[in-house]
Design a binder for this molecule. Structure first.
Ligand code: C2E
Ligand code: MG
Ligand code: MG
Length: 766
């Protein structure tokens, strides 16, 4: 406590530091207290003592105190370092000198002054002693030295003058001071020691707590100064797959480095660990790849350098856990986030990222990059008819072929569904883009063998060049998408590059679609009726219901424009249902022998409710089924023909007629005629025109159709007859019915009704 000896156990130098660091905080108050005391004493003996002597004394005291205060301040950091014995001695000597300077007034001033002044002096000294005892409890040695010298002089002075009671008072006083100071110093020191122990302990506690908090995976590890494993915990041994006895004393790195220990070719993370241990650095959650039982595993290690009681480096201790599983799943997640699981190709995310890179590259080198969007033609049919398993296998084959087509300059990936894409990093060679596109189309159009099926799918490609066709990844992708849309529109199997007009087109389409969605509820549709007459008698046998849209936003829009849009968006289902009800309601007002023909899209036939819709329209209007004819085109057989055929058979069973519209424009396969017993075949206007111009091909087709229809007991309608000449030609070719502007344009319902004599209408309505 006094610091006179250094016991063997414990880091006493540090304890001294803790004691003496306190001095720095009280050095200035101490200086002031002494100076005030000195002034009071000088004032008391002013006049009685030689002023020179008084001044010299004050100066000597001030100087000593100033030096002492400076030294005390230099001990401010002593709690963080060790106090040397020299420093302890310096402080003690400075206390002793100060004490001797206070003895001077007792020896030299008192004989010159009044007895009363001696009491003043003693009171001042007593105050100083008390003050020091309270303020410097941390450093008892200094105070005791000071008290003994000053107190001793005072006692001597009282004894010499025969003032024994006063001498006894001073003795008692000194005793009390000594007792109080040692008591306070003990308490102070104990508190400081406890404080520094708490800090050290809390480190250990937090390490231990982690071990329990984070579950079974964590363990404690400890190594000594030569990096050998010490106090092996069973869990640590388990993590190493070894017995605790086999581990103790082995070099830590040898245990976890596996074969690398011999070769010296450590994993970088092991290097990092070794380096930190060497530098005696703290580390936490350091990810280290270790080799345990010939297996690579990932450990997360934290460690703190350990110090012995004397503060000397004594090795490391810390916690560790095996994070191999978490890490592997993190890697897997990173992979899954960028690759498509079915085909193993890069997915949309990676494609967009690499397109972003390509655009930056193009920007930097003033070149161009390209984005190609690929969509399979007729893939939906494969999926619908043969099932998803076959569809998936087909997609795998497609991606195999795509992978073979690309070079290092390109990246191919799957955007989703049957959509793929290629990023061409450097597309400064414009022919490369069309070459890649053409290769894709050719390669993907070759037949596929899946599950004993030979499958034919084609591919459509749309491409856009960056930054010309889009400055950002999104706009460039959108441009390629528009170009792809265009090639789909053109029937597929083609490559189109983006051009600005496509954008305008798409924008217009978007607006049109927006209005179309509201057309039904805004009552913008009407149905017009075009008469169909008997080729011989020229009497009206039926009307074809033709939809008209007078849009508030776009004016009157041609069916050729909005019907395909309605089909794409499946809006044709509710719209078609409305047309059907409207046409049936109108037809009941016509004479009984006049039928109504309603156009129906493939999309409607695929709707499972379609037959029910027809029954609803018929029963709602009271129109007999045989007065309704459904017009379909060949296209319905291309997409999922069986469902459409099934629906049509249901309608025929009801008694409705089925007409094959626009015959000759599509696939022109007479085979379709055998699939369904059509009631009517409508020969497209182009053949009528051709025949009128004596085109041999048109004539041959019309003749063949008529002959076939006759033999199958179907009727034939010549469409688009505009002139008397055309009428003559088709009549002579044997068509049974005629439709066209020559006999009447599509007209509003009221106008159509007026074509019948009032008597006929009454009978029809009855
Ligand atoms: P479509 O079924 O072949 O209808 C005949 C088209 O030929 C009608 O065109 C008609 O106005 C036109 N046309 C008739 N006679 C002549 C003529 O002598 N000369 C010329 N140049 N044209 C003639 P529209 O009304 O524009 O309809 C076009 C197509 O829209 C229709 O072809 C039909 O496929 C479709 N469509 C019309 N209404 C509906 C409907 O309610 N539902 C469905 N799904 N499609 C419809
Ligand atoms: Mg039609
Ligand atoms: Mg037609």
């Amino acid at each position: 406590m006094l610091g006179l000896s250094n016991p063997d156990d414990g880091d006493w130098a540090r304890l001294r530091g803790l004691q003496y660091s306190h001095l720095a905080t009280v050095s200035v108050p101490r200086l002031l207290a002494h100076l005030i005391a000195a002034v009071i004493v000088a004032w008391t003996y002013f006049g009685a003592v030689d002023p020179l002597m008084l001044g010299g004394w004050v100066l000597a005291l001030g100087g000593t105190l100033y030096y002492g205060a400076r030294f005390d301040r230099s001990l401010g950091d002593a709690d963080r370092r060790r106090m040397t014995r020299g420093e302890v001695a310096t402080h003690t000597i400075s206390s002793a000198i100060t004490a001797l300077l206070w003895v001077a007034p007792i020896v030299f001033f008192v004989p010159h002054g009044l007895p009363h002044d001696r009491m003043t002096l003693w009171t001042v000294l007593a105050m100083l002693l008390t003050g020091s005892a309270v303020a410097f409890a941390a450093v008892p040695l200094g105070i005791i030295v000071f008290s003994v010298i000053v107190g001793g002089a005072a006692i001597a002075s009282f004894v010499l003058t025969g003032d024994y009671p006063m001498a006894l008072v001073v003795v008692a006083y000194l005793g009390i001071i000594a007792l109080g100071v040692t008591q306070a110093a003990r308490t102070y020191l104990a508190a400081k020691v406890a404080e520094s122990n708490v800090v050290e302990k809390s480190e250990v506690v937090s390490l231990l707590l982690r071990e329990f908090e984070e579950g079974d995976a964590d363990w404690l590890w400890q190594i000594d100064t030569s990096r050998r494993v010490r106090s092996v915990s069973p869990r640590f041994a388990f993590a190493l797959g070894l017995d605790p006895e086999d581990i103790g004393g082995k070099p830590f790195l040898q245990l976890i480095a596996g074969a690398a220990w011999e070769t010296g070719q450590f994993h970088t993370s092991l290097h990092d660990l070794a380096e930190r241990i060497k530098r005696r650095e703290n580390f936490s959650n350091l990810l280290v790849r270790v080799t345990v039982q010939d297996q690579n595993r990932w450990w997360e290690l934290s460690g703190t350098p350990k110090l012995d009681e004397n503060g000397v480096f004594d090795g490391f201790r810390g916690v560790g856990s095996d994070v191999t599983e978490q890490r592997e799943s993190a890697e897997k997640i990173a992979y899954l986030a960028r690759y498509d699981t079915l085909t193993g190709l890069p997915n949309r995310l990676m494609l967009t990222e690499s397109l972003g890179d390509a655009m930056r590259y193009a920007d930097q080198w003033r070149t161009r990059c390209a984005f190609l969007m690929i969509d399979l033609d007729r893939f939906k049919a494969v999926n619908d008819t043969l099932g998803h398993l076959v569809g998936d296998q087909l997609l795998e084959l497609v991606s195999e072929r795509l992978k073979r087509l690309i070079t290092d300059n390109e990246l191919v990936g799957r955007l989703g569904g049957d959509e793929f894409a290629i990023v061409i990093k450097d597309a400064s060679d414009a022919t490369r883009v069309s070459a890649v596109a053409q290769n894709v189309i050719d390669s993907l159009s070759a037949p596929y063998e899946v599950d004993h099926h030979t499958l034919f799918v084609g591919a459509s490609v749309g491409s856009a060049l960056g930054p010309r066709d889009g400055a950002t990844v999104e706009t460039l992708m959108r441009s390629a998408d528009l170009a792809l849309y265009r090639s789909k529109d053109e029937g597929g199997g083609k490559h189109f590059s983006y051009e600005p007009a496509l954008h305008a087109h798409a924008e217009e389409r978007r607006k049109l679609e927006f209005s179309l969605r509201r057309a039904l509820e805004r009552n913008e549709f009407t149905v017009h009726y075009q008469p169909v007459v008997d080729a011989r008698e020229e009497g009206i046998v039926s009307f074809e219901a033709l939809l008209r849209w007078n849009s508030e936003d776009h004016g009157s829009v041609s069916p050729a424009k909005f019907i395909p849009l309605a089909e794409d968006t499946r809006l044709i289902v509710p719209i078609g249902e409305w047309v059907l009800r409207e046409a049936c309601r109108e037809a009941v007002r016509w004479p009984e022998h006049v039928k109504v023909a309603v156009n129906v899209s493939g999309e409607q036939l695929l709707d499972s409710n379609f037959a029910a819709t027809v029954v609803g329209a018929l029963s709602g209007s009271g129109l007999p089924p045989n007065r309704l004819e459904i017009e379909v085109t060949e296209s319905i057989f291309v997409r999922d023909g069986t469902t459409a055929q099934h629906t049509l058979e249901q309608l025929m069973a009801l008694g409705c007629g089925i007409a094959l519209d626009d015959f000759g424009t599509g696939y022109s396969s007479l085979g379709y005629l055998r699939k369904i017993r059509f009631s009517t075949i409508k020969v497209d206007r182009s053949f009528v025109q051709g025949a009128a111009k004596k085109s041999a091909e048109s004539l041959a087709i019309i003749r063949a159709v008529v002959a076939m229809a006759d033999s199958l007991e179907m009727t034939t309608t010549a469409e688009g007859v505009e002139t008397e000449h055309e009428l003559e030609v088709v009549r002579n070719l044997g068509c049974t019915k005629i439709q066209g502007f020559y006999f009447g344009r599509p007209m509003p319902a009221a106008e159509a009704r007026q074509l019948f004599p009032p008597l006929d209408l009454q009978r029809g309505a009855a």
